[in-house]
Design a binder for this molecule. Structure first.
Ligand code: HAM
Length: 450
């Protein structure tokens, strides 16, 4: 019987591993260019960490079980609660703001479908210990630059920007607070994917006039595409707000102005769309929320994040403002494939060492060791074959240089070095071979002088 992988889990053949590593190295280098430091956390965590902290949607998708010690545990569905614990535990000793990133695998028991698997990688980047929209802007810029560095442009993707606190104001104006405000926000989150009838049905228990409210919200979502339009909308809401609500509305408008200005100065203004339809399913967000989407808009999000100022304290740490995002490998790869932007990834040996007969084998293996110590990738023959066959195989594999040990040359301590790109060959003393090969690899041709 042939075993299969579990649904939603992937195997990575070497070419796929190369592609994946390319993605990771772009993520890593962009994160470092923004001054972020890499951290890591366990894959298996106490179940408790996610209950209530992550929100219903994720809790319903946990890979959880009891370990042999009777502990309730879960494979991590996301990084944010672990990060909040890590930072909270050392809050006093850490220089603020903390700028940290991680690349790791996460697990969610979702129905496998396009863009959604049960095991996927995320690039998480977060800034903790600082309030204010400049940090939010920095992260959105990091998110955009990570996608740009993969060869994508503002024609390919957009960042949709929204605000949970603004939603608090909008819901207060409709007389909604506490559990019913959360419930309505949950409906708004799904609205885009639901028929209008279904949305109305879900809103009905919470609102006196759901149809009128929904019509107003739909108009707001369509119209609010600039700070000016946002201001006009908030002015309209003003009379229905409490004094606290009015203060909050004014403060949010000021924050929006800062955020959009910063984003523009960071050179990513073209990628941003105000879109109050974004709410985000996770429970812990407390301010701006954002998601990156393919421009055609018919795929799942490439990345998502937002501000979560209460989570560190909820996990036992001190009060600590925080903002961050995560980008997934699955949707990013789907987009790169559909745009034909996947970089060609091949692994080629630098040097193929070829041996005919046994006479030169000892010297050949010694040369391989010397070159490997110099950082070259070197393949040696593992079985006896004719020199012609070995040369053909080395060329097919894309080796730059072959060092051939013929029995008749080996006796005189000589080798023949072949340079595949220009089909030139040189016969020389064995003890000169290492320097010639190294010089050739540096110059991509035989050097004139050794
Ligand atoms: P999230 O929106 O749940 O946010 O996930 C972020 C990204 O991870 C998604 O946009 C998607 O690319 C990818 N992703 C999520 N689930 C799956 C899946 N089943 N299959 C493939 N890809 C998936 C978070 O996880 C937050 N913790 C992000 C964050 C960091 N917020 C603050 N800091």
């Amino acid at each position: 019987m042939q075993f299969k992988t579990l649904p939603g889990f992937r195997e990575f053949y070497p070419e796929e591993c190369l592609q994946r590593n390319h993605l990771f190295s772009v993520w890593r280098s962009v994160a470092r260019s923004f001054g972020f430091a890499e951290y890591d956390a366990p894959i298996l965590e106490p179940l408790e960490l996610y209950i209530e902290k992550s929100g219903e949607e994720i809790v319903g998708q946990l890979f959880n079980f009891e370990d042999r010690g009777g502990r309730a545990v879960a494979l991590r569905p996301e990084m944010t609660p672990s990060l909040a614990r890590l930072v909270g535990a050392r809050a006093n000793g850490l220089k603020r703001p903390v700028r940290w990133f991680n690349i790791g695998e996460h697990y969610r028991y979702e129905r496998p479908q396009k863009g959604r698997l049960r095991a996927f990688y995320q690039f998480n980047a977060d800034i903790l210990g600082i309030e204010g929209a400049a940090a939010d802007a920095e992260l959105i810029a990091l998110m955009v630059q990570s996608l740009r560095r993969l060869g994508l442009s503002s024609e390919d993707f957009r960042v949709r920007l929204s605000d949970r606190l603004l939603w608090k104001v909008i819901l207060e104006a409709a007389g909604l607070e506490g559990a019913s405000a959360s419930a309505v926000l949950g409906v708004v989150d799904k609205m885009e994917r639901l028929p209008r009838e279904k949305t109305l049905e879900l809103l009905t228990p919470h609102l006196a006039e759901p149809d009128a409210w929904l019509t107003r919200i739909e108009a707001m979502m369509a119209q609010v595409d600039s700070v000016e339009a946002l201001k006009a909308f908030l002015d309209e809401l003003h009379p229905s707000l409490s004094p606290d609500g009015q203060t909050l509305a004014a403060a949010r408008l000021a924050e929006w102005q800062v955020l959009l200005r910063e984003l523009k100065m960071l050179g990513v203004g073209d990628f941003i769309r105000i879109d109050l339809g974004i709410v985000r399913g996770l429970a812990y967000y407390t301010g701006f929320v954002f998601e990156a989407f393919e421009t055609s808009g018919d795929s799942r999000a490439l990345a998502g994040g937002g501000r979560y100022d209460d989570l560190v304290a909820k996990l036992g740490g001190p009060g600590m403002p925080a903002v961050g995002f995560a980008m997934g490998d699955v949707t990013v790869f789907d987009l790169l494939k559909s745009k034909e932007r996947l970089p060609p990834c091949f692994q080629k040996p630098d040097v193929a060492i070829l041996v005919e007969g046994e006479t030169g084998r000892g010297s050949a293996l010694q040369l391989a060791t010397v070159l490997r110590e110099q950082g070259c990738s070197v393949e040696v023959p593992l079985k006896a074959q004719s020199m012609n066959k070995q040369l053909k195989a080395a060329q097919q594999k894309g080796a730059a240089v072959a060092v051939c040990f013929y029995p008749e040359l080996a006796e005189g301590a000589e080798v023949r070095v072949r340079h595949f790109a220009d089909r030139t060959e040189r016969t020389l003393a064995l003890d000169e071979a290492a320097s010639l090969v190294l010089a050739t690899l540096d110059q991509a041709a035989f050097p004139d002088e050794l």
